[in-house]
Ligand binder design. Structure first.
Ligand code: ATP
Ligand code: MG
Length: 570
């Protein structure tokens, strides 16, 4: 199964080789000659979309293979046909590619190994190490014992090899109903490790499988499929999360007991947990199914596709996973740590544009009626090689309502009566008149501009403290802007009192839709998903819901950590 050629893309966004215990083990195994080549796998169950926790696992699984010039497999753990779906497989592949993973032609499915697994089950029956149990799921649970009490042997535990072979074959042929029988390993009902108390290996499930169709009506359980699949693929380091630690002895027992072609080893690291986030696929599925979000890729979701749609970059997610590191101790990471990685990366690479979220019209009384001037605007001062673009300037403009105050406090440097400001890249302006409607709302400002300040330069050494962004009323494009906040308003949304539900912890104000923002025309044509900065406001990206001439922007994140500020105030 393992090929000589490596298909790893070493050019992919590679974080620094931060040391961790898994890296140490791999280096030792390579040095001692225990292995010649590291082979890892990422084994998603296709029953949901990938989330930021999976990204961490991917960074470890893929990262180790990449860093040691090994081999990386994508293996769909498709042993539960009830919950699995083609849509999920497609989404998983897309997300992995987006994160820079390259598995070449090493795409596998646990279902590829059903014939082999069946043979190994028969092998175990023949050795007297497996039996068909007629007890139902409840009876099996009730007789399993507890941490302090041993379990009870099943009355069917001592069936003869012949009877077991016959019954198991008939299970396969479809002679029994779901749940009527299971195949169990015959190990030790008194073992201190509950996983050893005759674990179920196969169950009956009359269910069409997306890949094997109706060939099978018995399906292997995770514990019987996973390690053996690793062995078939010659995986050297089977890396998973801590909840599988107690399964490792069983993993090793199957590997030792069966005539498998290789001896993989399992290593566990701590799951990633994030504040203000739920990460269980079951819970994420509820958010989707109960329409609490617009879908798996809702920009508020902790899924890879949600984060991508929100405007997070793959590089920032990978950097985050690298910074938090790999450890054996469970912990919860601050969401703001992820946000800093996003902000840092966007600051370096996002192109700058002008947009106003809450437009207020400004008329320059002394500016010629039909004149359009063009000014040079730099695309990204952090990356001068990105050059400049032209922005069109006209008599009527929009500025952001937040950039004007009729009665400003001290030290207010934006537009106000008596305060001159610079329109970015354009001119100095001063207020001449405020127009209000019958209710006293400001509807329009009149200003005069200083023709000598062309390009935003001081005409006579006089200085202004404020520079504000603007959009030409004539050329600007109306846009919808979606502003997001945390999906949950408590640090640990999973923690709920008896009789309550995690959905009660949702933040009712996690989405604000602004219908009438104005953006400079260059933004209307930007590609969907491309990260941009609206200067002075934050980072945005165009959403797939955009229509020609009607762009929709997702706010990725503000320029500064507004949340931290709010928290401090509170
Ligand atoms: P479920 O919640 O359905 O049990 P899962 O989150 O374990 O699913 P899988 O598809 O089985 O999802 O996960 C694939 C791999 O990703 C596994 O190796 C798992 O250990 C790892 N993984 C899942 N969640 C996290 C997490 N929060 N942090 C790190 N790794 C994770
Ligand atoms: Mg799982």
């Amino acid at each position: 199964m393992s090929s000589e050629e490596t298909t790893i893309n070493t050019e992919a966004t590679a974080p620094a080789k931060t040391s961790n215990f898994i890296r140490d083990i791999i280096e030792e195994d390579l040095k001692s000659g225990k292995i010649k080549k590291v082979v890892t796998r990422f084994p998603p169950e296709p029953n949901g979309y990938l989330h930021i926790g999976h990204a961490k696992a991917i960074c470890v699984d893929y990262g180790m293979a990449r860093d040691y010039n090994g081999e990386f497999h994508l293996r769909f753990d498709d042993t539960n046909p009830v919950k699995e779906d083609q849509e999920y497989m497609d989404a998983i592949r897309e997300d992995l590619k987006w994160l820079g993973c390259d598995w070449g032609d090493h795409e596998y499915y646990a279902s590829n190994y059903y014939d082999q697994l069946y043979e190994w089950a028969v092998f175990m029956i023949k050795k007297g190490l497996a039996y068909v149990d007629d007890q139902n799921a409840d009876q099996i649970r009730e007789t399993r014992g507890t941490l302090t009490e041993p379990g009870k042997n099943s009355p069917w535990r001592d069936r003869s090899v012949e009877e077991n072979l016959d019954l198991f074959e008939r299970m396969k042929k479809g002679e029994f109903a779901n749940g009527e029988k299971v195949l169990r390993a015959k190990i030790d009902m008194a073992s201190p490790n509950i996983n050893f108390r005759d674990p179920v290996m196969y169950r009956i499930l009359h269910q069409t499988h997306p890949r094997t169709g109706d060939k099978w009506c018995i399906y292997p359980m995770y514990d019987f499929a996973h390690g053996q699949s690793d062995a078939i693929e010659h995986i050297t380091h089977s890396i998973c999360t801590l909840e599988f630690q107690d399964h490792r002895p069983l993993y090793d027992w199957f590997i030792k007991t069966l005539p498998v072609p290789a001896e993989p080893h399992q290593y566990e690291f701590a799951r990633l947990n994030l504040t203000y986030t739920v990460m269980s696929k079951r819970k994420l599925l509820r958010l989707v199914k109960e329409n609490k979000v617009s879908g798996w890729d809702d920009p508020r979701m902790p899924t890879i596709s949600g984060m991508r749609r929100r405007g997070y970059t793959a590089a920032s997610i990978i950097e985050f996973c690298d910074r938090i590191g790999v450890s054996k101790a469970n912990s919860t990471v601050e969401f703001s740590q992820l946000e800093s990685c996003v902000r840092e990366d966007l600051n370096k690479h996002a192109l700058r544009f002008m947009g106003v979220i809450n437009p207020l019209k400004v008329v320059l009384d002394n500016y010629p009626e039909d004149l359009t001037e063009e000014f040079d605007a730099d695309n990204n001062p952090e990356e001068p090689e990105t050059g400049t673009r032209k922005v069109k300037f006209t008599k009527e403009l929009y500025i952001d309502r937040d950039d004007f105050m009729e009665n400003p406090p001290k030290k207010y440097f934006r537009l106000a009566p008596g305060i001159e400001v610079r329109l970015k890249h354009a001119y100095y302006i001063t207020l001449t008149d405020i127009v209000k409607d019958a209710e006293g709302n400001i509807t329009e400002l009149h200003c005069k501009y200083d023709p000598e300040s062309r390009g935003g330069a001081s005409p006579d050494g006089r200085r202004v403290k404020g520079t504000i962004q603007w959009v030409s009323a004539k050329y600007g494009v109306p846009a919808e802007v979606r502003v997001y906040d945390r999906l949950f308003n408590v640090e640990n949304p999973d923690k709920v009192e008896e009789g309550h539900d995690f959905l009660e912890n949702m933040n009712p104000d996690s989405l604000t839709v602004i219908k009438n923002a104005m953006v400079e025309p260059a933004l209307a044509d930007i590609e969907v998903g491309k990260a941009v900065q609206f200067i002075r406001i934050g980072y945005f990206c165009k959403d797939k819901d955009s229509q020609p001439g009607k762009p929709v922007f997702n706010k990725t994140i503000g320029l500064k950590d507004g949340w931290a500020k709010e928290q401090k105030k509170a």
